[in-house]
Design a protein around this ligand. Structure first.
Ligand code: NAD
Length: 497
C-alpha cells in the first residue's frame, strides 16, 4: 500500500542518532561514555540512546554557563539584542516544529495532536513572550526632594532548570525562556523519561545563541546529574518542576549554598460542579480536566465534586463522553488518550486503580485495555471511580493518570470543605452560572490557580504556581522577573550631603 508522505513520517522508528548533551555550544557525549535508553511507550521498545550525565559533565556545563555569564556577551547585551536572538531561537523551533512534536510524542506518549497544537506552539510562545516582555518592561523610580532612588533588575547568574516528563519541552522552555531573557545563562536537565527534545532545543540554541548560554545535561536525578546541578556552588538559582517529594530533596540540597528556588510541584485539584452550572460546558471541561495528556497533568481536576441534584445526570454524560475518547497509538492524529510514560508508571497507576476498585464503585475503566493492538504499550483505561472515603489514597494522592474520583456534595460550604481537604493547592475548577458564588468560591479555595467555567487557560503575564505541597514561589510575567533577577536599589543624593 502506498503511504502519503505524512503517514511515512508518523512511524515508530528509532530516533536514528545518539541524543547527546549540549555543552558550550557543542553536542557532546558523556565524559565517561555512559548512556541510557529511552523507550517508546506505545511499542515498549527502545527508540533512543541518550548520554548519561555524571559529575564531570555537570562540571563542564556549569563552567561553560559560568564563563558565558561572567565573561560572555549575553548578560551585557541590550534587551533588544537579546530579544532578537530569542526570537531567532523561536523561529528555529518553528521551522522544526513537526520533527520536535513527533519526537515528544515518541518519547513520552503524548497524543501527536496535543504535541502539534499545544506543546510546540507553547514552546514558541514561551520564548517569544519573555523576549518581548523584557523589551517592554519598566523599572521603578522613587523621586524625593533630596534623593532620587530607582530599581535595577540585574540577571542573577547561572540557572539550573530541571523539568518533568509530562510536558517536556513546554515546561523546559517555560524555565529557560525567562532565565535567558533576563540575561542569565542556564543548564537544562530534562527528565530521563523524555530526554530527546531538550537536546533538539539545545542544538538549535547552539546555532543561534553565544556558546554556553544554554547548556543541556541529560541524566537522572538522585545521586546523579540533577542532584549535582542543584548542589553546585557555581549555580545561583534553581527552577524545578516535578513531584513534591523531589521538591523537598532539592530544597534540602540547595540549602548549603543558599540558592534561590522556584518549585512547581504536584497537585490533586478539585473540580467543583454546582447544580446551576452550564452542564454542556462543565462536562466538556471535566473531560479535558482529567483526560488531557492521559491525565499526566499537574493541574488535572482529578477530584470531581458534584452537587447532589445533578449527580446522576452529570455522571451519565461524563461516562458517555469518556467512552468516546479514542485511546491508542499516540502518533495517530485521532488519538486522545495515549500510553503512560513508562511501564513503571503504568504499574503505579494500576496499583492505585486496584485499591480504588476494591474500596469504591468503578463506573468506567479500572485497568489496562483489553485491545490486543495496545498490548505492547503502557496503556491505562480512562477510569471513573465513586464512593471512596475522603481519606482513601486515590482521593488524597496524585495518581497522575487518566483516573477521576467523584463524590457528591450538598451546598457551597461542603463543596469548599471537601475542595480544601487536601495537602496540595495547585489548581481548582469551578462550574457555576451564579456570579457571586463564582467569586466567593474562587476566593475561598486554597490554590494557586482557579478556573471558573474553563480549564487550562494561561495568560503568561499572570502568576503561576501552587500553595501548600504544590510549590514555593510563582513564575510568569513580573513574577518571573522577580525570580530570575537580582533587584537592586540605587539612591542618588541630589542636594549635597
Ligand atoms: P520527578 O520529581 O520524578 O522528576 C522531575 C525531574 O527532577 C526529573 O528531571 C528528574 O530527573 C529530576 N530529579 C529527580 N530527583 C532529583 C533530585 N534528587 N535532585 C535533582 N533532580 C532530581 O517528577 P516527574 O515524575 O518527572 O513529573 C511528574 C510530577 O511533576 C508530578 O508530581 C506533577 O504534578 C509534577 N508537575 C508539576 C507541574 C507544576 O507546574 N506544578 C507541572 C508539571 C508536572
Amino acid at each position: 500500500m502506498t503511504q502519503t508522505a505524512d503517514q511515512q513520517r508518523l512511524e515508530h522508528r528509532d530516533f536514528g542518532r545518539d541524543v547527546l548533551h549540549v555543552i558550550d555550544g557543542e553536542a557532546v557525549p558523556s565524559a565517561d561514555g555512559r548512556t541510557f535508553e529511552s523507550v517508546d511507550p506505545h511499542t515498549g521498545r527502545v527508540w533512543a540512546r541518550v548520554a548519561e550525565g555524571g559529575a564531570e559533565d555537570v562540571r563542564r556545563a556549569v563552567a561553560a554557563a559560568r564563563r558565558a555569564f561572567d565573561e560572555g556577551p549575553w548578560p551585557r547585551m541590550s534587551a533588544d539584542e537579546r530579544g532578537k536572538l530569542m526570537h531567532a531561537l523561536a523561529d528555529a523551533v518553528h521551522d522544526r516544529r513537526e520533527e520536535i512534536a513527533q519526537a515528544e510524542t515518541r518519547d513520552m506518549g503524548k497524543p501527536i495532536t496535543e504535541s502539534r497544537t499545544f506543546d510546540l506552539p507553547r514552546v514558541e510562545r514561551n520564548l517569544r513572550f519573555f523576549a518581548d516582555w523584557l523589551r517592554m518592561s519598566e523599572a521603578e523610580v522613587f523621586p524625593a526632594t533630596k534623593h532620587l532612588t530607582y530599581s535595577r533588575y540585574e540577571p542573577k547568574g547561572v540557572v539550573t532548570a530541571i523539568s518533568p516528563w509530562n510536558f517536556p519541552l513546554m515546561l523546559g522552555s517555560w524555565k529557560i525562556a525567562p532565565a535567558l531573557a533576563f540575561g542569565n545563562t542556564a543548564i537544562l536537565k530534562p527528565a530521563e523519561q523524555s530526554p530527546v527534545t531538550a537536546t533538539m532545543l539545545g542544538e538549535l540554541a547552539a546555532e543561534v545563541l553565544p556558546p554556553g548560554v544554554l547548556n543541556v545535561v541529560q541524566g537522572f536525578g538522585p545521586d546523579a546529574a540533577g542532584e549535582y546541578l542543584v548542589a553546585s556552588p557555581d549555580v545561583d538559582l534553581v527552577t524545578f518542576t516535578g513531584e513534591s517529594t523531589t521538591g523537598k530533596a532539592i530544597m534540602a540540597n540547595a540549602a548549603p549554598t543558599l540558592k534561590g528556588l522556584s518549585l512547581e510541584l504536584g497537585g490533586k485539584s478539585p473540580n467543583i460542579v454546582f447544580a446551576d452550572a452550564d452542564l454542556d460546558l462543565a462536562v466538556a471541561g471535566t473531560l479535558k480536566g482529567i483526560f488531557k495528556n492521559q491525565g499526566e497533568v499537574c493541574l488535572a481536576g482529578s477530584r470531581l465534586l458534584l452537587e447532589r441534584p445533578i449527580y446522576d445526570e452529570f455522571m451519565e454524560r461524563l461516562i458517555a463522553g469518556a467512552k468516546a475518547l479514542p485511546i491508542g497509538d499516540p502518533l495517530d492524529p485521532a488519538t486522545q488518550i495515549g500510553p503512560m510514560v513508562t511501564a513503571e508508571h503504568r504499574d503505579r497507576v494500576v496499583g492505585f486503580l486496584e485499591s480504588g476498585t476494591a474500596d469504591g464503585a468503578v463506573r468506567l475503566g479500572g485497568g489496562v485495555p483489553s485491545d490486543p493492538a495496545l498490548a505492547d504499550g503502557f496503556y491505562v483505561e480512562p477510569t471513573i471511580i465513586e464512593g471512596l472515603p475522603a481519606d482513601h489514597r486515590c482521593v488524597r494522592d496524585e495518581i497522575f493518570g487518566p483516573a477521576l474520583v467523584v463524590s457528591p456534595f450538598d451546598g457551597e460550604a461542603e463543596a469548599l470543605e471537601r475542595a480544601n481537604d487536601t495537602p496540595y493547592g495547585l489548581a481548582a475548577m469551578v462550574w457555576t452560572t451564579n456570579l457571586s458564588r463564582a467569586h466567593r468560591v474562587a476566593a475561598s479555595v486554597r490554590a494557586g490557580l482557579v478556573w471558573v467555567n474553563c480549564f487550562f487557560v494561561r495568560d503568561l503575564r499572570t502568576p503561576f504556581g501552587g500553595a501548600k505541597l504544590s510549590g514555593v514561589g510563582r513564575e510568569g510575567g513580573v513574577h518571573s522577573r522577580d525570580f530570575f533577577t537580582e533587584a537592586k536599589t540605587v539612591t542618588v543624593e541630589l542636594d549635597g550631603m
